[in-house]
Design a binder for this molecule. Structure first.
Ligand SMILES: [Ca+2]
Ligand SMILES: [Ca+2]
Ligand SMILES: [Ca+2]
Length: 351
């Protein structure tokens, strides 16, 4: 009886110690969690707000010898700093009127490029710029311009230009304020995550019953859609000649072009699409055995996206050798079953 009592006491003590240990480890974990979260917050942001400090001043307009004013600035996703401003310096055939100058601090070389003139089609005052960089790396710039260009008339209009990632150069000037007959001033632009460019400015035009006072006008510049993301092809390898292709729905896309090649697709040069579809999936039929590579391109009324990531499928019909092995196994099993059956019948007859 005493022994049983001791056993119960020992058991209870063990349970109580276990409970204490787990409770203390839980409380330690809870106490640590906020600290870890805070550490993660700082590490993901990779800066410490308590040691912010201004660097020493830099002069950016180093090629200018006359007034440089009204700067506009943006920083892109890789850390390049883009600056535009109005400048009266006679520089690179800009003339003595105000022009929009541009400079970029490149994060790779950690240096400023030499000044470029953006308002090269303007022969009158160009001022008040605003600029933004989209996710593909195109630099979009708008400004106010007095030049009579592309039917804009001799008043202030909103002009637009882009440093194009495909041509690696500036596009020619376009007039944004085409619907305005009065003065259009001080534009501001921003890009969204799918690359559309949103521009606003103040305008004196009596447009859509706005009256002849200053009103805020807005326009959006829609670009081609972003590239789709093509999912892994499964099963891979495959023994059937149909391939299921799936990709994400791209905002603003109205159709998709499918490209197939027997070698890895680095570029769409010299490749034609095999089909155009409006949904975000496609079942392809392969002509013969082999390894096939795919990419997809999204499209809308403006143009086509760059191509998606490249995925592949290996198509191989079941081999004759495998067929023979499988057939032999089935036949062998059948023969053995037959022999066992005959033997068992013989034995039962003998009895
Ligand atoms: Ca000029
Ligand atoms: Ca005008
Ligand atoms: Ca008004």
């Amino acid at each position: 009886m005493k022994k049983i009592k001791y056993k119960i006491i020992i058991c209870l003590s063990v349970i109580f110690i276990c409970f204490l240990i787990s409770a203390s480890s839980l409380s330690t974990l809870n106490a640590q969690m906020p600290v870890n979260e805070e550490l993660n917050h700082f590490s993901t942001n990779s800066f410490n707000r308590f040691i912010w400090k201004w660097n020493t001043t830099e002069v950016v307009s180093t090629e200018s010898t006359m007034n440089s004013r009204s700067p506009a600035q943006t920083v892109d996703s890789v850390g390049n700093i883009h600056l535009a401003w109005e400048d009266v310096t006679e520089y690179a055939s800009s003339g003595s009127d105000k022009d929009i100058f541009y400079k970029r601090w490149e994060s790779s070389s950690k240096t400023w490029i030499t000044t470029e003139v953006i308002s090269t089609e303007s022969d009158q005052a160009s001022l008040y710029s605003s600029l933004t960089v989209d996710t593909a790396g195109n630099v979009h710039v708008v400004w106010n311009d007095w030049s009579s260009y592309g039917g804009s008339g001799s008043d202030y209009d909103i002009f637009y230009k882009r440093w194009d990632i495909n041509s690696l150069g500036w596009t020619i000037t376009e007039v944004v304020s085409k619907d305005s007959t009065g003065s259009s001033n001080e534009p501001f632009l921003r890009t969204d995550k799918v690359g559309n460019i949103h521009v606003c400015w103040h305008d004196q035009t009596n447009y859509a019953e706005a009256g002849t006072d200053w009103d805020i006008f807005y326009k959006v510049f829609i670009g081609p859609p972003l590239a789709p993301k093509l999912a892994f092809i499964v099963p891979n390898p495959s023994e059937i000649n149909t391939v299921n292709l799936n990709w994400n729905d791209v905002i603003g896309a109205t159709s998709y072009y499918i490209y197939r090649s027997m070698s890895y697709i680095w570029s769409l040069k010299d490749i034609s699409s095999i089909t155009e579809v409006t949904s975000s999936s496609y079942i392809d039929t392969l002509p013969s055995e082999g390894i096939y590579y795919y990419v997809v391109v999204a499209s809308n009324f403006v143009g086509k996206s760059t191509h998606s990531n490249c995925q592949y499928i290996e198509f191989e019909l079941p081999h004759v050798q495998e067929f023979v092995i499988i057939s032999s196994l089935i036949l062998g099993t059948f023969v053995i079953s037959l022999v066992i059956l005959r033997n068992s019948r013989k034995k039962s007859k003998m009895k």
